[in-house]
Design a protein around this ligand. Structure first.
Ligand SMILES: C[S@@+](CC[C@H](N)C(=O)[O-])C[C@H]1O[C@@H](n2cnc3c(N)ncnc32)[C@H](O)[C@@H]1O
Length: 255
């Protein structure tokens, strides 16, 4: 699949660009910005919000879907040495880097919508800012439900439309940066979860915390893909206007 932003990041890694290597050493996501922190710190803070929401417990087995360079798993390894970790990503280039950073963690190459994992094999499934790329949110939810154990949860972040917002009205130009991505409303998320046997138990719109990322992306990626400036400017505008938001969501398997 095409992920133009990762093409830029990986090619800057190959060139040894210190700014890219420092900013994206662990995470490639929007970050949660509260003050004058560095981009890498902002990304660590967003990761921590998701880890906290997932309520990880010692000795559990956790699957990180769309695991990027393994940054979330690196943060988890430091905090929960006894948790068994597995990473999954569709992109072998990213997995090569993830494996070099966490050689003891099993990393699987595959599609989140057809996971090469046994039924009821995980207590926690994380999907940090990746579900909008998947071919189908429904297929992924069915898979997450299948691989989760009873009492488990799926925790993710996503760009979410407030109730009643029309789909597809503002988002087309962004493909050239993000590749394929789709939209969903918060009401649709609640219904989708219920249909596959999960329950949406926590949801939080953290848009104000992620807004600074658009200026960061514009200045960092703009020199390599001129359209980024326009995509970032428009996206920031729509998020500020409430056209879409950045949400943290938790779904529980209660039976
Ligand atoms: C914005 S990045 C987030 C990466 C990582 N979760 C992080 O927080 O740094 C989106 C990730 O989704 C992955 N991805 C996209 N489509 C996928 C799919 N169908 N199955 C698994 N992973 C996928 C990409 O390769 C990329 O690593």
């Amino acid at each position: 699949m095409k992920l133009p932003y990762f093409d830029i990041i990986l090619s800057r890694f190959e060139s040894g660009d210190p700014e890219f290597l420092e900013n994206f050493h662990r995470h490639v996501h929007f970050g949660a910005w509260t003050g004058n922190e560095s981009p890498a710190q902002a990304m660590e803070q967003l990761t921590q919000l998701l880890i906290d929401l997932a309520d990880v417990q010692p000795d559990q087995h956790l699957l990180d879907v769309g695991c990027g360079f393994g940054g979330t798993l690196m943060s988890l390894r430091e905090q929960f040495p006894s948790v068994a970790l597995t990473g999954l990503n569709i992109d072998g280039r990213q997995l090569e880097i993830a494996r070099s950073r966490l050689p003891e963690v099993p990393f699987l190459q595959g599609d989140a919508c057809a996971m090469p994992c046994a039924d009821a094999s995980f207590d926690r499934v994380l999907a940090v800012e990746c579900i909008f790329h998947f071919p189908s949110r429904r297929a992924f939810f069915e898979e997450a439900r299948r691989v989760l154990r009873s009492g488990g949860n799926l925790t993710l972040s996503d760009i979410v439309l407030p109730e009643g917002t029309p789909h597809g009205s503002f988002d087309h130009s962004a493909e050239m940066l993000w590749g394929r991505h789709t939209q969903i409303g918060i009401d649709e998320y609640r219904a989708l979860a219920a249909e596959v046997g999960l329950e949406l138990t926590e949801s939080e719109d953290i848009s104000p915390l992620v807004l600074p990322t658009y200026d960061f992306l514009s200045s960092l990626l703009g020199p390599y893909l001129a359209e980024v400036h326009e995509v970032a400017r428009l996206s920031k505008f729509f998020m500020e206007m409430g056209g879409f938001g950045y949400w943290l969501l938790k779904f529980e398997l209660k039976q």
